[in-house]
Design a protein around this ligand. Structure first.
Ligand SMILES: [Zn+2]
Length: 343
């Protein structure tokens, strides 16, 4: 902790240590998830089923899945579980063609800390938003869309090799691997890709570690996110029948792109170390936002101070509908800039 940090900021940092991030199984083929012991029920307070096991013979989740069309066996689920469990189970998407994997189950505070780390990276806003979606598993990958019955099957359109989820898109796709090999970080990534970890967890780990890539003078997280975003863009080109660069060329493009962003971010920018008062004759506006994931709403705050640090004006707004935390920050800028009354 640096001297001179504000009381509020110290409280926020102290809170970060207490954040507890839970884990939850995401259902693939269901063979590895134990129905009665494992955390796999979203919406349940301990992420487990609430129904007592009794004399039930079923033990793993695959026994609840209809093997013909990989959907829940509705009659079986309703006959085994109490109403509340049955409803929760039947809402869980099944990702076909993939093993079960463990994912983070974010609470509000956990999301906040992940978001803070992501926002510190030296990449453009569009790439942070890409990262945010990947972390939260809300990318429109084919496997995810197939789950929601938007498109019939979830194979990768680029390498035709495995389900196209976030892990595949960023890390495991043949094309992604080729790029990682060409810039010498594949071994590092391979270590991170232990079995049963979702792409989101691997990504979060990379961001959390803040590792630098030797020889490139770039953060691994920046590189991976820029690359992931770039592959996303290339994929659109490919599916529209256009040609894209060879993976080795593409790898170099990503390194130079990431470097450019880093340099652009550095130009004239100084690292903020706590709040500093503005120069004589100037006012300073500081904003912040909160986001309540459970209720999908948020609030923003703003304060204007003068050269002596004295408060000139403050504002506080609540926003009834929000998609995520970055939107809350955006609202903080928009609403507060227009709702401030000058003295
Ligand atoms: Zn692929």
């Amino acid at each position: 902790m640096k001297g001179g940090s504000s009381y509020t900021w110290q409280s926020i940092l102290a809170g970060l240590d207490c954040f507890k991030l839970g884990y939850i199984w995401r259902v693939g083929d269901g063979t590895q998830i134990k129905i009665w012991e494992d955390n796999w029920i979203p919406g349940s307070h301990n992420m487990k089923v609430q129904t007592r096991r009794g004399n039930n013979l079923v033990s793993t989740v695959d026994e609840l899945i209809n093997p013909v069309d990989a959907s829940w066996d509705v009659d079986l689920v309703r006959s085994i579980f109490e109403h509340i469990d049955a409803n929760r189970i039947l809402q869980i998407p099944i990702t076909t063609g993939r093993e079960d994997c463990v994912a983070r189950h974010y609470n509000r505070n956990g999301l906040f800390s992940v978001w803070r780390n992501l926002w510190k990276l030296q990449v453009p806003g569009k790439i942070k938003i890409f990262g945010w979606r990947a972390l939260r598993g809300v990318m429109p990958c084919k496997a995810i869309l197939a789950n929601r019955h938007v498109i019939p099957e979830g194979g990768c359109p680029v390498c035709h090799n495995g389900a196209e989820d976030i892990k595949h898109l960023i890390f495991k796709c043949d094309r992604a691997r080729a790029v990682w090999r060409s810039i010498g970080v594949w071994e590092k990534i391979r270590h991170l890709l232990e079995a049963n970890r979702s792409g989101s967890i691997v990504l979060e780990e990379v961001i959390h570690r803040g590792e630098q890539v030797q020889g490139l003078e770039l953060g691994l997280a920046e590189l991976i996110l820029t690359r992931g975003w770039f592959l996303w863009w290339e994929r659109r080109q490919l599916t529209h029948g256009q040609t894209v660069q060879l993976p080795s060329r593409s790898g170099l493009s990503v390194v130079s792109l990431t470097k450019n962003y880093k340099m652009a971010g550095k130009k004239g920018a100084k690292l903020r170390q706590g709040w500093r008062k503005p120069a004589e004759g100037y006012l300073m506006l500081n904003i912040d936002a909160s986001y309540d994931e459970d209720r999908g709403c948020g609030s923003t705050g703003a304060i204007i101070r003068d050269g002596s640090g004295g408060m000139i004006a403050a504002s506080n707004t609540s926003i009834p509908y929000l998609e995520d935390a970055p939107m809350a920050e955006a609202f903080a800028l928009r609403i507060d800039a227009s709702s401030i009354y000058w003295r």
